[in-house]
Design a protein around this ligand. Structure first.
Ligand code: UFG
Length: 329
């Protein structure tokens, strides 16, 4: 039996494939390489290039492979783009997930681990954020992820399927052995953008807003090491395989760092006096996002090990230094 990883050539998906193969699983990868990289796919995975929205393509893979469970990372995930191209997000994210669920029904696949996001919560008054907080997304990206979560939950009631939805906070870093890492085009995430400025690929890092209601005026986020994040996926899969009930979990380190603190730590890690410029707020940014990950710890037995922000930035830097042009470019 194999584990099917949808979006297994992307940043988070590729790390999942590596860790599944490390633990001895057979892995099948589907990715349309729209934002993923062929070079990020583990050589031992069975790779199919294609789109989850194509029933014919998906059926051909499910007919050939003996799929036991699915890890679903295949989605568009840029908040800004989702506001200008909402239908792209409904099509790829929501319609794509409909096809995945159709295949699960047709081929009797029982388990799905779904890559969701803290963006389903929107702006919250109470932090750390717990899973029972109201879901009030402030952008199309978060709205489509919430719709995908709900679609999976309704299907669970209708047919024999169990799911775990994992709501990620700010995923960062790279595999500690340096084999794979983060390569987005365009890159918009804080840590890789700072490291690109350290490498001289950008003139400076722009701090978006200094007048937030936080101690130093810049936004606070909860950064989680991608390897710890994937550990939680493996635990969630084992939880379902051992008879656990469908559930939703937050994944973060439960610690907040401001944009300025991240820049200072990156200067220490790289030993480079990274140029900084001050800019306007970026629209749609909540001031503080910190997860309560108590539920994942107590129910799944998750124990994140790489919570030092220094280590998170150092593992990201290791990848960026050795792959200044990412995978292929
Ligand atoms: N930031 C800067 N300058 C930059 C880039 C980012 O100051 O060049 C700031 C942002 O304004 C924000 C913080 O750094 O305050 C983190 O920004 P990221 O873009 O790295 O991450 P976000 O918190 O915006 O987004 C993350 C995920 C999304 C998810 C969202 C949930 O990447 O997928 O959290 O709110 F939707």
């Amino acid at each position: 039996m194999s584990i099917l990883v949808l979006g297994g050539a992307g940043y988070v998906g590729s790390h999942a494939v590596y860790q599944l193969i490390d633990q001895g699983s057979e892995v099948v990868v589907i990715d349309n390489l729209q934002s993923g990289h062929r070079g990020a796919v583990h050589p031992k995975a069975n790779f199919y290039e294609g789109d989850i929205r194509s029933r014919e393509f998906m059926r051909s893979v499910f007919e050939k492979e003996n799929i036991e469970a699915i890890l679903h990372f295949a989605a568009n995930s840029l908040v800004g783009e989702s506001m200008t191209e909402p239908l792209k997000y409904y099509d790829n994210n929501v319609f794509g997930t409909q096809i995945v669920l159709e295949m699960m029904k047709e081929f009797n696949v029982k388990y799905i681990i779904f890559s969701s996001t803290a963006a389903v919560y929107g702006e919250q008054k109470v932090v750390p954020i717990k899973e029972d907080a109201a879901t009030l997304p402030t952008n199309t990206y978060g709205e489509t992820k919430l719709t995908m979560e709900k679609m999976i939950a309704w299907c669970e009631k209708a047919f024999d399927l169990k799911y775990v939805s994992l709501r990620y906070f700010n995923v960062a870093a790279a595999r500690s052995d340096g084999q794979i890492g983060e390569d987005h085009n365009p890159e918009t995430h804080l840590i890789p953008v700072i490291l690109e400025a350290a490498l001289g690929k950008r003139p400076a890092i722009t701090v978006f807003g200094q007048d937030y209601d936080t101690p130093d005026g810049t936004c606070i986020r909860d950064y989680i090491h991608v390897e710890d994040l994937i550990e939680a996926h493996l635990l969630a899969l084992a939880f379902l395989q051992n008879g656990g009930e469908s559930n939703v979990f937050n994944l973060g380190s439960s610690q907040g760092f401001s944009v300025k603190e991240i820049i200072e730590t990156a200067k220490e890690v790289t030993g480079i006096d990274i140029p900084v410029q001050l800019g306007e707020r970026r629209s749609g940014d909540p001031s503080t996002l910190i997860a309560s990950s108590e539920k994942a710890r107590s129910v799944l037995g998750w124990n994140p090990k790489r919570t030092s922000i220094h280590q998170i930035i150092s593992d990201a830097w290791n990848w960026h230094q050795h792959h200044p042009n990412g995978y292929e470019r």
